[in-house]
Ligand binder design. Sequence first.
Ligand SMILES: [Zn+2]
Length: 280
Amino acid sequence: MPDPGCPGKTDSLMPAVPRPLPPDIVIEEIPREDGCPPARVSVRIQASARSRRIRLRVPPVGPVVLQIPPHAGRDGAIRFLRSQHTWLLKALARREVVATRVGAPARAETLADFFAHHRRLSALGKSYPLEIGTTIGKRELIIWKRDTAPVVFRIPCGTDTETALRTATRHFAAEVLPARVAELAAQCGVQVGRVSIRDQRGRWGSCSGSGTLSLNWRLVLLPPELQDYVVHHELAHRREMNHSERFWDLLREWNPRNGWLDRALTRDWSWLTHLARDIP
Ligand SMILES: [Zn+2]
């Protein structure tokens, strides 16, 4: 439902205040026939001395790559890119299917990029679709009632989209993660102290000797199984403040798929702890 103050803007993934891009990255807008807003695709332009022709590539993760051989100019390469819009949308959709199957979405550089391909949030053991709209108010709004889908973020018109998305996601995490900790702690028979939602660098969580659990706000971006696994891991530290055999036995008892989940977290999702870090 669009806000009256923001005519026609129901989807605000298009940044209201554009962020500077690295010089070799361009955003290609691809119109869609189904009435959806145009797809915004990051394309890395790469000069290639060895290529004989202009090449467009969709790697398993990250931006699309447009390779330009020495004899071709940038303008010609952009024209080629425009002629390949239909193919590009299909290739990106195929990549998404593969990424979903292996459990992790394509590596994203920004939160807006992440939500463009994987617009879901996890809370209280379930995954919910996320809708992003705008508000004429000054603050981000989060509309969600437990067990009703979807989660709705309304971000203020005219603000930096990336900053607003991060604020809303952090607030959502601060609401749902302590509640999930309480649920799982009760199931496991463990006492916890405070739950603090933090912006950790390169880690998902930690547990202090006094029982404070510090959790990374990005946990709401993980699938619910992985989010719960991280919480179980930190709860197990309430019994064992180490990674001894006894610790892993306890974790296996609470979460029998812990080996598989640990591997998925390390192999497919660790990049997520670096997402949206450089925002003030
Ligand atoms: Zn640990």
